[in-house]
Design a protein around this ligand. Structure first.
Ligand code: FES
Length: 267
């Protein structure tokens, strides 16, 4: 027997000797992540209100199907015409696999949801209910190793969402030089996603890992030191980018449904 019931462990009846509110952080994490999952699922299935006058929701970008709302497709490009493959559901159901896969396999989020959803363990120095530790060495958790591939896919999405943010500087008539609340919302969302990706542990390893001598790779060393600084804030970027991207979707939804008006500072 291993874990907290191992015969070599001290026999303490109490689940924890901590007297602080150790349960608060996992409880908040659970509440926020659960709300996000519910909202993202609702939006993924909704299939409308994702585009309005050069503002596209990050949940629906890149929209690459003939079924996408007019003007929302990336470069007007639809690689698979509807006559060949007519995906009957919302395009977000395909798109969200990548950003959600990236977040679900993130090292920080793993810690967060293992603690808050599976209580494994719920906090430091608090015994978990499980009697066995199986780690991430077999199915299904071995799939967490796909994180590096989701990281690369995430970079492609960041480029696309940055392009979308640039497009938001077009006015309703299609002329460049407009500036609206929507431009700020999409730009902040894209910027925070970049910070989240650049502070990722995989990014740090890709840039500076597996090197025997930093002295022979001065450029990579310099980049690695910068990314290492960002990496210390990865948890913060994980949350801020989650809120930023969720708010960008809410904002576009409200504008596209007519509930809010996108205010133009100038157009
Ligand atoms: S470790 Fe969090 S995104 Fe890579």
């Amino acid at each position: 027997m291993s874990g907290v019931f191992s015969p070599t462990r001290a026999k303490i009846k109490e689940r924890t000797l901590r007297t602080d509110k150790w349960w608060l952080e996992p409880a908040i994490t659970f509440g926020v992540l659960f709300s996000f999952v519910i909202y993202a699922t609702f939006r993924a299935f909704e299939g409308e209100f994702y585009y309005d006058h050069h503002l596209i929701s990050p949940f629906y970008s890149p929209c690459l199907s003939d079924a996408c709302v007019s003007g929302s497709t990336l470069f007007g490009w639809t690689p698979v015409p509807a006559e060949i493959f007519n995906f009957p559901l919302s395009p977000a159901l395909i798109i969200l696999i990548f950003p959600l896969g990236f977040r679900m396999t993130c090292y920080y989020y793993r810690k967060a949801y293992y603690r808050s959803f599976w209580l494994s363990p719920p906090a430091c120095a608090v015994a978990e209910p499980h009697t066995k530790y199986t780690g991430e060495t077999r199915a299904p958790l071995i799939l967490q190793n796909a994180h590096r591939w989701f990281f690369y896919a995430g970079l492609v999405f960041n480029v696309i969402l940055t392009y979308d943010a640039v497009l938001s500087f077009k006015g309703k008539d299609g002329a460049w030089g407009a500036f609206s609340v929507g431009s700020i919302v999409l730009t902040m969302s894209a910027a925070m996603l970049w910070m989240y990706s650049l502070s990722c542990h995989t990014c740090r390893h890709t840039v500076g890992g597996r090197l025997k001598h930093f002295s022979q790779h001065p450029f990579r060393y310099k980049l690695w030191t910068k990314i290492s600084v960002l990496n210390t804030k990865h948890q913060q970027f994980a949350w801020v980018s989650l809120f930023a991207v969720a708010f960008a979707d809410i904002y576009v939804r409200q504008v596209a449904s007519g509930a809010w008006t996108n205010y133009y500072f100038f157009s």
